[in-house]
Design a protein around this ligand. Structure first.
Ligand code: HEC
Ligand code: HEC
Length: 428
């Protein structure tokens, strides 16, 4: 099969040079930390619980079940008794592919963690000027924030010392977590062995913990060995006819590449797509409507209301459900939504999301849809123009997106460690 006759500009094939350099000595340590629940307030959840290799580095749920829950992915349940979760994570867990790329300078659905010199420490984060110094890069910085997020890893007030400290000041819990790690014999050895500057375990810091996890994520989840990459490098047979049709639509008439541009299929900018609203929302202290203001909550710019970051699309096949709240479990669903958000919203039902049956949350899920004023504001804000594509086109676009799945991305289960230095159970 030859290249399509449509004149389309394809992104060039990625190489190792597209990534920030990694200190190889600390990657293995980062892997163990990523899977170790000891970093969470109640020692019951790890990064991997919500970014699991079996679920494409995400969790298979629309809205994740954080600390207090049990199990992995779509089998995860909300727990029992006092530990039972009080709230779900308000947004869909993101996949972690290719985030170590040099041009990946902003993270999260609302971009609240980025490279910027707002606080004269190189990074703009919720910790503002209280961010400790010494991080290698953005992924290292990001890694210390889930640890202090109440519904992700920190836990609820009065349950443990970590969350109590966070309540006093955002940076007060990190010394408690580093002290925990310093006490574990396996980590004492590994940190001294892996980091040139650590001579004694008492020197282990939260910055080292972040640097190790960041190095692991950067190193492990580089992924650009997909059929699409073969095609870009000149193997015309790597894609089916349908996929080539989808590719032409993606970079042409469908205008997908206006936003999903470049090697990673994102411009890292923010747009309002008006996804069906549901769930607990990201409420703010003086404003507890179950809504999610998106980028605006971070930028304080009214123009950014309901905008979310364009997600990268490599390995998107593996990270269902889709959108910032996981409103769509299928690629067809989220693509159709782009083409006509209004029609999509009116025909949407919550069965298109993937939510575990939790009786007390069902009541909350659709509350926002009954808030007439909020829904009026929400439906008016759209940054996408309807495109006139039919069912066959959606089918072709879906087929094209499947060509972005890397071969090595499908073989990740061997990175799950049998055990971790704390001795706590690993989510398999
Ligand atoms: C309870 C589930 C949960 C846990 C535990 C968790 N995450 Fe996440 N992660 C999420 C969700 C949800 C998002 C998106 C949040 C948002 O944008 O508001 C996210 C976003 C991210 C991102 C940004 C990805 C991007 O494209 O911007 C990175 C990196 C990340 N997590 C790494 C980690 C690491 C490292 C840990 C452990 C220290 C961790 N996560 C623990 C759920 C979780
Ligand atoms: C105006 C910019 C823009 C255009 C054009 C655009 N997208 Fe998107 N896309 C986004 C944003 C922003 C999101 C996330 C929206 C949210 O979470 O609320 C998204 C989400 C997605 C997702 C879900 C990914 C995930 O991991 O959740 C897929 C798949 C997708 N887009 C494919 C496409 C296709 C195919 C086209 C062309 C028909 C397209 N997009 C055109 C901005 C755009």
């Amino acid at each position: 099969m030859a290249f399509p006759c449509y004149a389309v500009n394809l992104p060039s094939a990625p190489t190792e040079q597209d990534f920030r350099p990694v200190d190889e000595n600390i990657v293995e340590l980062g892997r163990l930390l990523f899977f170790d629940k000891v970093l969470s307030g109640n020692r019951n959840i790890s990064c991997a619980t919500c970014h699991h290799p079996r679920f494409g580095t995400s969790d298979g749920l629309s809205l994740g079940i954080g600390e207090g829950g049990h199990g992995v992915g779509t089998e995860r349940v909300p727990g029992t008794g006092k530990a039972r979760i009080k709230k779900r994570v308000p947004r869909n867990s993101l996949g972690l592919w290719n985030l170590g790329a040099v041009d990946q300078s902003i993270l999260m659905h609302d971009g609240r963690i980025s490279e910027a010199d707002t606080y004269e420490n190189g990074f703009n984060t919720p910790a503002e000027e209280w961010l400790p110094a010494g991080f290698n890069d953005l992924l290292a910085v990001q890694a210390i924030f889930p640890l202090i997020a109440q519904f992700e890893m920190a836990g609820n007030l009065n349950e443990n010392e970590v969350i109590g400290a966070v309540h006093d000041r955002i940076d007060y819990a990190w010394p408690i977590i580093e002290e925990r790690v310093r006490q574990i014999p396996g980590y004492r050895l590994l940190f001294v062995k892996s980091f040139a500057h650590i001579k004694h375990p008492s020197e282990i810091s939260i910055v080292d913990i972040g640097n190790a996890i960041g190095a692991f994520v950067n190193h492990q989840w580089r992924s650009y060995d997909s059929p699409f990459d073969d095609y870009v490098k000149g193997n015309g047979d790597a894609l089916t006819d349908k996929q080539i049709h989808g590719l032409a639509l993606f970079f042409g008439e469908g205008k997908c590449a206006n936003c999903h541009s470049g090697k990673w299929f994102t411009d890292n900018k923010f747009y309002a797509l008006g996804l069906p609203a549901f769930g607990p929302g990201r409420t703010r202290r003086y404003n507890d409507i179950a809504r999610d203001l998106g980028r605006m909550a971070e930028s304080d710019d009214l123009d950014d209301i309901y905008r979310f970051r364009t997600p990268p699309l490599r390995n998107v096949e593996l990270t269902s459900p889709y959108g910032h709240n996981g409103a769509f479990k299928t690629l067809e669903g989220i693509i159709s939504h782009h083409l006509n958000p209004e029609v999509s919203r009116s025909s949407w039902s919550i069965s298109q999301a993937v939510l575990p049956e939790i009786r007390e949350f069902k009541k909350v899920d659709l509350i926002i849809q009954n808030d007439r004023l909020e829904m009026e504001r929400y439906t008016q804000k759209l940054d996408i123009e309807p495109a006139n594509l039919g069912e066959d086109d959606i089918d072709a676009l879906t087929a094209f997106l499947l060509s972005l799945t890397g071969r090595s991305a499908l073989a990740q289960s061997m990175i799950i460690p049998d055990e971790v230095p704390s001795g706590l159970k690993v989510d398999k």
